[in-house]
Write a protein that binds this ligand. Structure first.
Ligand code: BGC
Length: 473
């Protein structure tokens, strides 16, 4: 009798513990699902001085690269015989935006945007560690001047996944002592463009970069080393802090608004009430999202994957090095425990949602979730990227409408979002996936460089137009 009683209590405690754990995991970043049929996505409003723009990155649109870590990567073959870039694609002249930027600014004007986020090419500006290509700097000065003359505010990203090949050869961000080269480059760019540009992004998506380049080896230098992943991420945080301080000390630097861009991809359990799925999703989130968010809110960096890596670092001044936070949002991932840890850590598309061409799902509600989460840093937020790869252009219109609804809802609840940048202005080179993805508001024919506005882009144009007419408050 006594044994049965003990067993009974044990079962009750186990069940309670199970659900308490599930409750803990679910409450960290609760899943949000809306019934879009019942929502009027036209009911939106945004602040008067809101920044509306599109985003690009140098390597993906400019063309004309050489001596760069990605031009090297394009020539590599993996151990299993696959080319480093899908279909052996090479960036080549891409959108030829280096030459066609006046046309691209006209295309921006047609959208009605008032801002443009782009990155500057380190390998073009500093072809060797001790030389500066004045013509390249002049190019970016002219780009900024043309933007400004058209009422479009430039926002610059200093490091968006690519750097000179010489920087990779000396170990890139694997070595703390190399951070000085990035600081030097940033100073040169700020000196040339500081008078024209207010918002500066130091680094685009540090976690995506280290995950892709050092954990799964899909980006150069193509390594698969969890410990090095953590080292490089820690160095990128140090590099951000160093560049922030360096620019602030330059003439006019106090006026610069400097931030970093974090991609938030929610990591959700595949089966809501499976404890192991929740646990895997928790660890994925801890590293992909929380490691960076905690570093910027507490100054304590911790990157931990059981049995693989456990790196801690104190950067007490890091929380003081953000004037704004950039948020990139695309989708969420699902995790299913399948017995083997490695396989369980493979991100799956969330069940029951339509797929984008990238293989992850269409989940606009996630933008609202991501804003709420990043707002915990208590900094002004700019949505520096949000977009969809949709070659058939059948999902883009609704995706934009719904994402902009999610954004408006967050703003109406008091979240301090200052701008929204659609990824991307043009179809472009999608890193290891080459030219297989179509993110552009403008479709690009890469043989003729002809740009054509996609139907789905209307959702963006209409919303900006409505904001100009009605929304000012
Ligand atoms: C990157 C872009 C990329 C986009 C779409 C972001 O992670 O910043 O460079 O093209 O996602 O995949």
């Amino acid at each position: 009798m006594k044994f049965i009683k003990i067993l009974f209590y044990l079962v009750i405690v186990l069940i309670a513990g199970y659900f308490a754990a599930i409750f803990y995991f679910h409450s960290r970043d609760p899943l949000v699902k809306w019934d879009w049929k019942k929502i009027n996505t036209d009911k939106v409003c945004y602040p008067k001085d809101f920044l509306w723009g599109t985003a690009t990155a140098a390597y993906q649109v400019e063309g004309g690269f050489h001596n760069n870590n990605w031009t090297w990567w394009e020539k590599q073959t993996r151990a299993d015989g696959r080319p480093a870039i899908l279909n052996h694609d090479t960036c080549g002249r891409a959108d030829d935006d280096w030459n066609l930027y006046p046309l691209d600014i006209k295309l921006m004007k047609k959208l009605g945007v008032n801002s443009y986020r782009f990155s500057v090419a380190w390998s073009k500006i500093m072809p060797t560690p001790d030389s500066i290509n004045i013509m390249a700097l002049k190019h970016y000065q002219e780009l900024c001047d043309t933007l400004l003359a058209n009422g479009i505010e430039p926002i610059i990203t200093l490091f968006h996944f690519t750097y000179p090949f010489w920087f990779q050869q000396i170990g890139g961000f694997e070595k703390t002592e190399n951070i000085k080269y990035f600081v030097q480059f940033s100073r040169i760019v700020y000196k040339a463009l500081g008078g024209r540009v207010k918002y500066w992004v130091t680094i685009n998506e540090p976690v995506v970069l280290v995950y892709s380049a050092y954990f799964i080896g899909e980006y150069p230098p193509g390594k698969q080393d969890p410990k090095l992943t953590a080292v490089v991420l820690a160095n990128l945080l140090k590099a951000h802090q160093a560049v922030y301080n360096a620019i602030k000390q330059m003439p006019g630097g106090q006026e610069a608004k400097i931030g970093i861009v974090k991609n938030i991809m929610q990591m959700d359990p595949y089966r809501r009430y499976n404890l192991l799925d929740n646990l895997i999703a928790y660890f994925a989130d801890l590293n992909f999202n929380q490691s960076l968010l905690s570093a910027f809110s507490t100054g304590k960096f911790h990157f931990y994957m059981p049995g693989m890596v456990n790196k801690k670092m104190l950067l007490p001044d890091l929380p003081q090095t953000l004037d704004f936070i950039g948020l990139n949002y695309y989708s969420h991932n699902a995790f299913r425990f399948v017995g083997d840890l490695d396989k369980s850590l493979t991100a799956l598309p969330y069940p029951g949602e339509p797929l984008t061409d990238m293989g992850y799902t269409v989940y606009p509600e996630g933008l609202y979730r991501a804003i709420k989460r990043i707002a915990k840093l208590h900094k002004p937020i700019i949505i520096t990227e949000n977009g969809i790869a949709d070659s058939l252009d059948t999902q883009r219109y609704d995706f934009i409408k719904r994402s902009l609804y999610a954004l408006s809802k967050a703003i109406s609840e008091g979240y301090d979002v200052r701008g929204y940048f659609y990824w991307s202005l043009l179809d472009n080179f999608e890193w290891n996936l080459g030219y297989s993805q179509r993110f552009g508001l403008y479709k690009v024919n890469f043989k003729t460089e002809k740009r054509t506005l996609r139907k789905g882009a209307k959702a963006f144009v209409e919303t900006i137009d409505k904001w100009q007419r009605e929304c000012f408050r």
